[in-house]
Design a binder for this molecule. Structure first.
Ligand code: NAD
Length: 428
């Protein structure tokens, strides 16, 4: 099953269990709009190459659509639509005034020069200029895109519109209207909700061994903050492979070394002197199946599925990536008693601070870092509590509870727009 069909089937199942009106679910079975466009790019050798880009506005019942742009060779229109569906649930659960959207380009960004990357990003914005807008659809970074790329895209939009519109895109460089705290927001958000879950489970951080898949923006920050609280990060991976040490890694040293060498090795750095810490090389598959207390998939979707779900040993999974567990694995993990803190909450910190960035752009007022962090904490704590309440009251897993909260809010917005009651009451 493709990733979009899988996302829709899970949405329908959880929606029906939560008693969501069938008309609402039908509405959410299709995106409002998906645009696929050819993106011509002049390469450094003078030839023109055509890339393919997509942008999906999934549902705008709660506000303008919002979601990142991914650059990856595996990007497909179905993946973009699935990610846009998840954004719809995520924004609703976080109670921010946005619908869900997403974008992507099928490209290996590591194979492009910086100039080619800039031309591709500008080409994407030229193709999507009528889809996006500060009150319509607001992109942000995702896998293999970053603040610099958002800056190029914002600049291209403003050149075409011939006016400053910083609210058209979030995750920008600070100098172009980006928000303090946006770079760490996804990881910090994941850390904050993990901490709330830890309180419910009476965890002592020093006893918790963590395996982390993906050491990018989201993975690094969540690992850094958990490590600072005393959690033991015993395994880490990136696209090149995975490393394991029973003693646990010093996250800052790993990060520093990876930045310098572009590869993962276990090191301790004091000043400029780094020494190798004893560690074992393992495969990415082995990392997922380690006997640890907490597993954090923070790379790509579908890595836990029917083929490996029965071998997962961690009793708790925090989904920092989008969709790392497919719907077929949900039931298997539940049978094993594995608790999953779902992506729609665990990685919502990014879009929450993106929302703060958009608010600041519209106000023309920049907030301080502490203000951003405090409001992030308040927003996620409320979303966590709402989810937890449904989990307890209705005796359902956390993902079901998160979808129930989100879908009930969207459902109210859709029925507020609609006329069904008018016809049912028969006044006309
Ligand atoms: P990133 O590009 O910064 O990092 C991705 C990381 O995953 C890299 O370390 C890469 O080496 C690693 N990776 C790729 N393939 C892998 C594999 N097969 N096995 C192990 N590691 C692999 O991306 P990111 O922004 O950290 O995003 C990671 C996940 O978090 C994605 O699912 C993304 O949608 C989600 N997410 C990110 C944000 C955000 O604000 N950055 C917000 C919400 C959700």
């Amino acid at each position: 099953m493709d990733v979009f069909k899988d996302a829709v089937s899970r949405l329908n199942r959880l929606g029906m269990e939560a008693g969501i009106d069938l008309e609402v679910l039908q509405t959410l079975n299709y995106p409002e709009q998906t645009v696929t466009a050819a993106l011509p790019v002049r390469m450094d050798n003078g030839r023109t190459e055509i890339f393919v880009g997509h942008r999906c506005r999934f549902n705008s019942a709660l506000g303008p659509t919002k979601g990142g742009i991914r650059y990856h060779p595996g990007v497909t229109v179905e993946e973009v639509q699935a990610l846009a569906l998840w954004m719809t649930i995520k924004c609703s659960l976080a109670n921010i005034p946005y619908g869900g959207g997403k974008g992507g380009v099928t490209v290996d960004p590591k194979s492009l020069s910086p100039m080619e990357l800039e031309r591709l990003s500008r080409s994407y914005m030229r193709a999507m200029v009528d889809v996006v807008g500060p009150c319509r659809d607001i992109p942000a970074p995702d896998v293999y895109t970053n603040a610099r790329i958002m800056g190029w895209m914002a600049d291209e939009y403003e050149r075409i519109k011939r006016q400053k519109e910083p609210g058209v895109i979030t995750g920008k460089p600070i100098e172009l209207g980006g928000s303090l705290g946006r770079d760490e927001a996804t990881g910090r958000g994941a850390y904050l909700v993990t901490r709330q879950l830890a309180q419910k489970l009476n965890w002592n951080p020093g006893d918790i061994r963590v395996a982390l898949q993906g050491f990018g923006n989201a993975g690094y920050h969540v690992a850094r903050l958990l490590h600072a609280d005393g959690y033991r990060i015993v395994a880490v991976s990136d696209s090149q492979g995975a490393i394991y040490s029973e003693k646990g890694f010093d996250v800052e040293s790993l990060y520093k070394y990876k930045q310098e060498q572009r590869k993962l090795e276990a090191v301790y750095c004091e000043g400029s002197v780094c020494s190798l810490q004893e560690h074992q090389r393992i495969s990415n598959e082995e990392l997922l199946e380690l006997d640890v207390d907490l597993l954090i998939p923070a790379a790509l979707e579908g890595v836990i599925n029917e083929s490996n779900a029965s071998r997962i040993k961690a009793p708790v999974i925090v989904e920092v990536a989008n969709g790392p567990i497919d719907s077929g694995a949900d039931a298997l993990l539940e049978q094993q008693g594995i608790q999953v803190l779902p992506d729609v909450l665990a990685n919502a910190g990014g879009v929450v601070v993106s929302y703060f960035e958009w608010v600041q752009n519209r106000q023309g007022w920049a907030w301080g870092l502490e203000q951003v962090r405090e409001r992030l904490q308040e927003t996620l704590a409320e979303a966590f509590d709402n989810m937890w309440q449904v989990h307890k009251d209705e005796g359902v897993p956390l993902r079901n509870a998160a979808y129930a909260v989100a879908l009930r809010r969207i459902s109210k917005a859709i029925s507020s727009h609609g006329t069904q009651e008018y016809f049912q009451n028969g006044e006309g």
